[in-house]
Design a protein around this ligand. Structure first.
Ligand SMILES: Nc1ncnc2c1ncn2[C@@H]1O[C@H](COP(=O)(O)OP(=O)(O)O)[C@@H](O)[C@H]1O
Ligand SMILES: [Mg+2]
Length: 315
């Protein structure tokens, strides 16, 4: 007799600005999953949540391949918790904290994890421009509180562009995070595990010359960005950045896996943000880091499913 097949609900699509990315990741995850071990049913939360709820008793585990709002922010996680369906990655609390760039920032500060100096700018607050210039100077990076994939994000180098950039970010959220621009080498630190957390090799990110930073196009246009794994950093800086990735994961109560973006400026490392559902196409950053640690794309999915089914994961 073969082992009992595991019944997977594969969730992709959804309603966020990152819907297209999610569908692409979902297709690749579907192809890579071992059909001898898993029976897979696909759901697009945009329309299939009632069906998912009806099927709950016949689902062993869900794979949430969704990004942004209503996918990565704890809402789907809470829905699945209510249906008693285990899923990969962070729970409600970790997801909700990590998706919020202001709350994450406050947690990093509390836990002594270095990050760029910042100001929080609330919609229509006339004082903000003065405050930003006085406390941070230029250039600054302006990010909506909740979006991912660099959506609504601007780098402002001239004072006259500040208001437009704030207005752009406020189209997405009532608050935005304004950060001092850090010049340096961009890396991302993937971590994997429940109780025994492993830091995977760092991936160095080099956006093509035509991109000002790692923006939406640089992220998703094939060949637009060069990635190097392991990152070309000294063993000391590498160890420190990996340690910050682990600390950020714990500070935000993440579970199973996460990926923390950082900028390295000389010996100084600045944590930018932590992703609880990192991109999951075969060539995405997390799968590249996992490959550097010896996991094939399918092997990584097996591992995430195993971690999701690990009953001790909530301790
Ligand atoms: N403080 C900063 N200094 C320099 N570049 C930044 C800074 N913050 C963000 N960036 C650039 O913008 C990109 C996206 O920012 P990030 O905080 O990772 O948000 P997200 O990926 O969710 O959009 C980063 O990958 C980096 O290229
Ligand atoms: Mg990022």
């Amino acid at each position: 007799m073969t082992e009992k097949m595991i019944r997977i609900a594969l969730l992709s699509g959804g309603k966020s600005a990152e819907r297209e990315v999610s569908i692409k990741s979902g297709d690749q995850v579907f192809s890579a999953l071992d059909k001898n071990r898993y029976v897979i049913t696909r759901y697009d939360p945009k329309e299939d949540l009632p069906r998912l709820a009806r099927d709950a008793d016949s689902i062993d585990v869900a794979l949430i391949i969704l990004h942004g709002r209503l996918g990565e922010d704890g809402t789907i996680q809470g829905f699945l918790d209510s249906l008693d369906i285990p899923y990969q990655g962070s729970g409600v609390l970790g997801s909700a904290m990590a998706i919020n760039k202001v709350i994450s920032k406050e947690r990093y500060v509390q836990k002594g994890i270095p990050s760029a100096p910042y100001v929080v700018a609330g919609k229509g607050n006339a004082m903000d421009e003065e405050k930003i210039l006085k406390e941070l100077g230029l250039p600054v990076v302006i990010k909506p509180e909740h979006e991912g994939s660099s959506i609504g994000l601007s780098i402002v180098r001239k004072r006259e562009d500040l208001q437009d950039a704030l207005r752009k970010a406020w189209q997405f959220d009532a608050r935005c995070l304004v950060e001092k621009f850090i010049e340096g080498i961009e890396v991302t630190g993937a971590v994997l595990g429940n109780e025994d957390l492993e830091a995977l090799p760092l991936v160095e990110i080099i956006p093509g010359e035509k991109y000002d930073f790692f923006d939406y196009e640089a992220k998703y246009t094939p060949g637009a960005t060069k990635e190097i794994c392991p990152a070309r950093l000294s063993p000391e800086i590498t160890a420190k950045a990996q340690e910050y990735a682990l600390r950020a994961h714990r500070a935000l109560h993440c579970r199973g896996y996460s990926r923390t973006d950082m900028i390295v400026d000389g010996s100084q490392i600045y944590v930018l943000e932590t992703n609880t559902i990192p991109g999951m196409t075969e060539t995405s950053l997390y799968p590249q880091a996992a490959q550097g640690a010896g996991y094939s794309f399918s092997g990584l999915l097996d591992k995430l499913i195993e971690l999701a089914l690990d009953r001790s994961r909530d301790r």
